[in-house]
Design a protein around this ligand. Structure first.
Ligand code: FAD
Length: 488
């Protein structure tokens, strides 16, 4: 049977764009549909705008430190309107870059929502096309908890569109997105309260690292409450005695082009109800009013209403597309990559999965994406960089030595700051391999990328020790820790 395309990609995010381009480079006839903005979560409402906000939020520390280093510095505060305009023009530019890359690769772009009619047929608006292979790369979306008035809260997508900076925000959640936004908003001058229902933030990360980070966040002035959750929320001033809504009602109104984008996007999470201030009651009995409540309580795969089940694609318990090691679904012509498969929800992983798919299907070289030893970072202040096993995971697996040190870094000690960093290696007693590396420090994201190469190569503790230190740096501690702090 002749098909219109060799490959039809649904979703123009990190994974979909890369797979489409690389497949087209093999000579395949490729089309891609995107229902919102090219670039997907990472570029439009994830990694990129978040990291730019991380940079913006770091300046109060820089100004403070500069004074201690002898600079005569003064400033007049943060201008969100100026920053937001610059932010969105940068996102517009990046979106165009993605479009140009696809056009340059001769990938045909369909601007619209794609759904499946059958295992080889895709419908975009009123048009149907056929493809030999279909790649679903539709990503995920933030979810609010199932409670009355949850739509009064905002989600991560909405942060980048705020008309003005709120005075106070309650963040619900303890994952990396919750913690990153707690630090970002705090750095931008917002009074931040964070509730997490578990015993400690950043579940799944090394206990010692998450403990140090929680202390650092608290010391910076983030009002962090673990073991605490929200039980009730309502517009302030209704019948809870809170203040009547003020001009911060306008705080969620999106601006210009982006307001239109959001309004016309059927998947927008920005709800007209999401206006502050909001009265909140929590499990610790506390009642308080916040300008915004930000739900960072998890994400769900975008699998609804695309015709997946009807086409015979198996969907898992969390709404994810079930795939095999080669990203193939239960329907042989349909593959899926990225967040929609709920494997490891990171941009470089979605990209790797896309490239492995192309190797397998278009280059005759069956390739499994490698999900082992993935370095990652939490862009809090300080950052947390991590690769491999946590101390807790490793000691359940085999006898280990733990090398770690915590100290005040030179730059901050000079500026009179009390913040500490952590450098930690988990070492197998038997093989001597470094099983895990965890760093809490400014720029830990940059450091773990490099340490990650050694760990991925299977470096031993002795390989680390043989490496001459770069002095004076924080990371030199990774190659100078002589005695284990403990064994397990
Ligand atoms: P996406 O990038 O989500 O792309 C999916 C695309 O499909 C979207 O553009 C969507 O509009 C489109 N789509 C959906 N359904 C349809 C349809 N039926 N028809 C047409 N188009 C459709 N990862 C990192 O590695 N580092 C970070 O620092 C980081 N920070 C993040 C911060 C935040 C706030 C968030 C939310 C995520 C962050 N991530 C980060 C995760 C990262 O953004 C995702 O893992 C990555 O974008 C997943 O790529 P994807 O291709 O699977 O999906």
């Amino acid at each position: 049977m002749a098909f219109d395309y060799d490959l039809f990609v649904i979703g123009g995010g990190s994974g979909g764009v890369r797979a489409a381009r690389v497949a087209a480079a093999t000579g395949a006839k490729v089309a891609l549909a995107e229902e919102y903005r090219m670039g997907g979560t990472c570029v439009i409402r994830g990694c990129v705008p978040k990291k730019l906000m991380v940079y913006a939020s770091g300046y109060p520390d820089i100004f403070d430190d500069a004074r201690e280093y002898g600079w005569d510095v003064s400033h007049n505060g943060f201008d969100w309107g100026h920053f937001r305009t610059r932010l969105h023009s940068e996102l517009d530019r990046l979106e165009e870059v993605y479009r140009d890359l696809l056009n340059g690769s001769e990938v045909e772009i369909f601007d619209g929502r794609a759904t499946l009619d059958d295992p080889h047929t895709v419908r975009i608006n009123d048009k149907t096309v056929t493809a030999k292979h279909i790649l679903v790369a539709t990503g995920g979306h933030p979810v609010r908890p199932d409670m009355p008035n949850a739509d009064l809260g905002i989600v991560s997508n909405d942060i980048f569109l705020m008309e003005k900076m709120p005075k106070s925000v309650l963040i619900i959640g303890g994952g990396y997105i919750a913690c990153e936004f707690a630090c970002i908003l705090h750095g931008l001058g917002v009074e931040v309260t964070q509730y997490y229902r578990g015993a400690q933030i950043l579940r799944g990360f090394d206990d010692e690292a998450r403990g140090l980070l929680a202390d650092a966040m608290t010391q910076r002035g983030i009002n962090l409450h673990v073991g605490t959750n929200i039980v009730e929320m309502a517009p302030a001033g209704e019948d809870h005695g809170g203040p009547t809504p003020t001009d911060s009602d306008a705080a969620m109104g999106a601006s210009a082009k982006h307001a239109q984008d959001i309004a016309s996007n059927p998947k927008s999470d920005t709800d007209k109800k999401a206006k502050g201030p909001i009265w909140v009651k929590s499990t610790n009995g506390n009642e308080q009013v916040f300008d915004h409540v930000l739900f960072a309580t998890g994400r769900a795969p975008n699998t609804d209403g695309i015709g997946l089940t009807e086409a015979g694609v198996e969907i898992g318990r969390r709404g994810e597309i079930v795939v095999d090691d080669y990203s193939q679904t239960s329907v042989p012509s349909i593959y899926a990559i990225g967040d929609v498969t709920n494997r490891v929800q990171l941009t470089p992983v979605a990209i790797r999965e896309g490239m492995a798919f192309v190797e397998t299907v278009f280059k005759g070289n069956p390739t499994k994406p490698d999900h082992d030893l993935i370095p990652s970072a939490v862009f809090t202040q300080p950052e947390l960089g991590t690769i491999g096993l946590t101390e807790e995971e490793a000691r359940d697996q085999e006898p280990i030595e733990v090398y770690c040190t915590s100290f005040r870094p030179m730059q901050q000690a000079f500026a009179g700051k009390s913040g500490r960093v952590l450098m930690k290696l988990i070492v197998s007693k038997e093989s001597r391999k470094v099983l895990g590396c965890h760093i809490v420090a400014d720029h830990a994201g940059e450091m773990i990328q490099l340490a990650g190469i050694a760990v991925k190569m299977g470096a031993t503790k002795e390989d680390f020790d043989r490496t001459v230190a770069v002095h004076p740096t924080m990371a030199e501690e990774l190659v100078t820790m002589k005695e284990p702090m403990r064994t397990a």
